[in-house]
Structures are given as C-alpha cells and as structure tokens.
Design a protein around this ligand. Sequence first.
Ligand code: AHG
Ligand code: MN
Ligand code: MN
Length: 330
Amino acid sequence: MTEKPFIKTVERHFLERKGRNPHATTEFCWLLSGITLATKIIASQIQRAGLLEIVGETGKVNVQGEEVQKLDVIANDTLVRCLGYRGNIGLLVSEEDEEPHVIQDATAAGKYTVLFDPLDGSSNINANVNIGTIFSILQHDPNAGGDIMAHVLQPGSKQVAAGYVIYGSSTVLAYTAGYGVHMFTLDPSIGAFVLAQENVRMPTLGKTYSVNEANSRQFPSGVQKYLDWVKTEEAGYSSRYIGSLVADFHRTLMRGGVFLYPPTKKAPSGKLRLLYEANPLAFVAEQAGGMASDGQQRILDKKPKAMHERTPLIIGSRDEVDRVLYFMKG
Ligand code: AHG
Ligand code: MN
Ligand code: MN
C-alpha cells in the first residue's frame, strides 16, 4: 500500500521552491505563517459569529466611506497583530486603515509590505454568505529609501506573492508566488491548511457572467452591449452574483466565466480597490491562465496613485474577458 504523503502546509509548499524562487526562504515562510495563523483565527470567529455577538455594525464609517462591521475590525486587528511581529515586515496596508502601519523602517530588516482586505464581502456576514480575506505581498523598492508611499504604490506586476482565503463550507486558502496557483484546505482536526490542489488552471471558457445587474444602466455602453448579447438564447450564459468578490472570483477560477465590476455613476472609477482586491486576484487569475483588465489595460500594469484607489475590474477566463473587451472597444 503506498504510504499517504505527509501533509503539506502552505509554508512547506512555498519553501520547496527554494533555489527557484529567491523569496523562498524560511524568513518569508515566517511571514506566510502570520497570514495562515491570522486567517485560522478569523475563520474560527466567523464560524461562531452568531454566538459571540460579533455580527453587526460598529456604527463607525471607514476610510472607504463604508459601514464597518464588527468582524471587519476583528479581522483587521487579528491580521495586524499576527503580522506585526514578523521580523521581515516593514509596512502593513489595510482596507480598513487610512494610513499604512509602519512596523519598522523599510531600510532595515523590514523588506516586505503586506497589503490586505481583512474581510471581503462583509455586507454578507449576517446572511451567512461566503466571505474572505485577500492579501498581497510586495518587496520594498530598493530605490525608495524612507519614502513609504513609494514602497506601497507599486504596480501589481511587482507582487512577490498574493492570494485569498474563502470562509465557506470549508475554509480554503489559494496563493501564488509566480509559480502557479495552489490551494490548501483548513483541516480543523489539526488546525492546519493542508495542500489540496496544485497548479490550479482556470478554464479558458465559461458560460457564466457575474455582475451586479442593478447597476447595468449606469455601465459604459460597451458593457451594456455585452450584457445584451450575453442574455441572448444563442449565447447560452447563466448569471451568478454572490456579492462577495472572493466568492465570485473563486467560482470563476474553479469553473470559468467572467466577473465584472464596471464603473458606475456612484463609483466612476469602479468600486473595487486596486492594491488589495484587484491586484492580488489579478495575479492569481493570470497564474491560473486567466486574465484581468480594467477595460483599458492589464490590471497588473496599473501604476497606483493612491493607497485606496479604486479600479474597474473585468476578471476571469481569458476568452471571456477578451469578449467583454471586444464589446467595450466596439
Ligand atoms: P468589502 O466587503 O471588502 O468592502 O468588499 C465588498 C465588495 C466586494 O466583495 C463585492 O464584489 C462588491 O463589494 C459588491 O458590491 P455591490 O454590493 O455594489 O455589488
Ligand atoms: Mn473587499
Ligand atoms: Mn473588506
């Protein structure tokens, strides 16, 4: 009987890249373990949310102008605490905080910046719908010295690693470090994320489109033309929209299709944030053979101008994104 391979954790999987990925070091794995620890704690809070009276709003509004949920704060504090003492982190950037957390100055040992959306889809918490955490890791720009924003405002193509955790029927972590997309399932019996699938590939086609149709009259005309076409009988598509980006993206990654959050009157630059929503998921999408655009250019090529800047997002199967772009150029 062939021996069952010993479990492979995220850290061990990443370290196996030693020699091929310059970042595959034990110190980087110590950083990754800050993310896995934090998301295990967040998962345990979410699973018991109703019992711990942590569902609902805090009554505060964040830098995004959005109502802050109690679990947003818990997730954010957990990530800041778990990452705050990883010796190689200089800066933390969170959707929930206006300014970066300076853990140590960039020129010292702190050579990585971790950017995150601590809880994505938080409006869905009290409906018990899948939510997630999205993370992105940059290495400090050697020419930036003490200029904090220069380290933060790097294009997504500079990401060292990125991924997300989806808190659903099971808790799954997906990450890429530029060598494919790999998935780990949290095994509650041992409290570890265990390798479940390596080199995940996004289907090049998928007859599922995902958009908030309530905004469709505000979309650019090319997107409206696409939405007219996709509803025709011969196109044969179905519509799925969960309202949590991580859940809509994970379904698109696993089954193919396209997710769109185009510009609207209320959000002329789109609603989703470039640094810690679009960039990390674009890195994962491309590493799985998919595509991510803002309608004009590749998401990963965008040069950020502000930490919380928003971007339109069209992400998913290569041929499906291409088709949306074709209608937008029409
Ligand atoms: P967050 O909860 O981090 O603010 O993100 C919410 C985002 C994203 O998860 C989702 O795709 C989008 O908001 C849904 O927006 P609409 O409700 O406008 O469709
Ligand atoms: Mn979000
Ligand atoms: Mn969020």
